[in-house]
Structure formats: C-alpha cells, structure tokens
Design a protein around this ligand. Sequence first.
Ligand SMILES: [Zn+2]
Length: 343
Amino acid sequence: MSRMMDFKALPKIELHAHLSGSISRQCLHDVWVKKHQAGETTLEDPLIQMPLGKHDYDLETFFPLFSSYIYHLVNDPWSLRYTTLSVLADFVADGVVYLELRTTPRALPTHEEYVQAILDAIAEFEAQVPPPKLRTKLILSIDRRNPPATAFSVLSLCRKFYGHGVVGLDLCGDPASPTSLLHSFTPIFSAARSSLPNLGITLHFAEASCSGTDQELDLLLSWRPDRIGHVIHLSDKIRQRIKDCDKKIGLELCLSCNVHANMITGGFEGHHFGEWWKVPETIVTLGTDDVGVFGSPLSNEYALVAKHFGLTQQEICDLARKGIDIIFGGDEEKERLRKIMWT
Ligand SMILES: [Zn+2]
C-alpha cells in the first residue's frame, strides 16, 4: 500500500538539516562558475570535487569536505544568500512545510552578520507571492571543537536573535573530538536553559562509538536536551535513561546519512529506526542531515522507512505528524501544521 504513496506530496517536517550540507552540488557549481569567471576562487569545480552520485562520505572524509572546500567556496554574503535561497527552494520542492535549519556561525564578515544574512534570506523567501507553504526557523550550532569563548558567543547570538527566527541551540561537529572538551560547555547549556527557557536544545548524540561512552552521554543528558540526533552507539543504561526522561525526548534519525557514511551496519533494515519508532516514551522524526552530501531528500527518507520497515500509509502520516510536538517554532506554528498535515 504505502509504496503507492506520494511521499513528495506528503507535507513533512524537517528538524535535522545542516545549512551548508544541504546545498545541492548544482548550486555549489553555480557559485563556483560565478567566482571562477570573476577570478575570485582557485578551488576546483564542485562537480569534480564532489562528483554527482558520490554519497559514500564517511566520518573521515565528511568533515574535511566542509573545512577545506565548502566553507571556502561559500565565504561571502552573496554566496551565503544565494545558497540559502537555493536550499529553501529544494526543501519546498520536496514537500517540506516546516524546516529547522542549523548552522555554526562563521565570521562572514562577523558572526552576527552571518546569522542576520541567513534570517534575511529566509524572510525574502517567505515574502514571495504567493507565499510558499514552507516556514523556516534557525538553530545555532556549537561545534564540539570550538574553544569555550566561541561556544559562549553562540549563546550570545541565540540571546540576540531569539524571537527573530532563532529557535534552538545545537551541539555538533566531529565526534572524534574528545569528551573532555565538552565539560566546558556545561555552563553554556545551563545558562541557555535558565535565561532562555523556550529556546530548544538539541544535541548530536552517540554518532560514533568514540562519542557513545556512558561518560559522554550522561553528560549530554544532564544538559536536559529536548531532542537528540542520530542516537546510534549507546548502552542499555543510556537507552533506559532516554526512555525515563520526564518529558518525551525527540529522536532525530537520519537513515541515509548513517548508511552511506557507514555509521551503522546492516543497511537500512538494520537501522535503529526499527527499534525506536514505536517506543511510546520517545518521539521519532526523520531528518536528512546533509542532503547535498548524501543525496537523499526527506521524501526519500519516508519512502525508505515505508519500504524497509513496512509502515502503512496511516503509520507514515502519523509519523510525519508526531514531529509537530517537538518543533521549536512555537504554538502558533504547531497549530498551522496540525491544519495542513495529512491525517
Ligand atoms: Zn547532523
């Protein structure tokens, strides 16, 4: 039954998408052509650097793709606006009606101007006539490799832009960076909780075995996240702690990313979506993580769970709607989504 479903037409919520990783290769190519012609870049064409159809980036090759390529290509206000508008157009074309994009602020030219430029691009996109069905909010990320001062500045940016489009704070970055560095972030997350009680907190959680120790995950859970992403390498003790949280915790699961990056074994059938999606103490939502890198739009993630876990059309609609309860975008937005999402 569900194989006949139109997953693109299904109104969907995307809560785990990184801005820079969501840029399509064609869009990166367009940026490159303009800069290349103007003599502004010595980088290689993105279509050579990241050939179409190549999606097997793993944790070793994934992070350098950004630090040594994408961040050097998208490095000015023009390319930031251009790529943000392109990302929004791609999500709306895939039937996404609510999006929380996340990004680690960069000095373009200042961190504040970087965030403002993205919010301006979102406002510009939403001002189209007729207005697109997509509404977009921003989550600011602390990279786990950041020194504490940089991480604190991300919290300051949350304070400044809270109520103006920024709805959450995230912890991301290379899971190979040591757990010991995370302790310095505890005051930041507790200050976020006390000074901005409605700011959502989401954390990349147990992405790799090195970042899946009880020591690290106990620390992350002590920050009282509303949502956690990936949730792969965890002990039974942590699994139980997640279920015992007094508030239902949201799990942002990214199937194609995990399979293509070899973060799990057993292919799609072996993905821990199968373990979690019916657990009543949690709320599972599907995310693309980096559709520009892994090439699977959100509609395809729904098609994959229907195919590999046998969800019926009703179960697909229920799964999509469950995400409403864990968005960071506020009650008015939840009301809008309850009206437009399929029952
Ligand atoms: Zn992620």
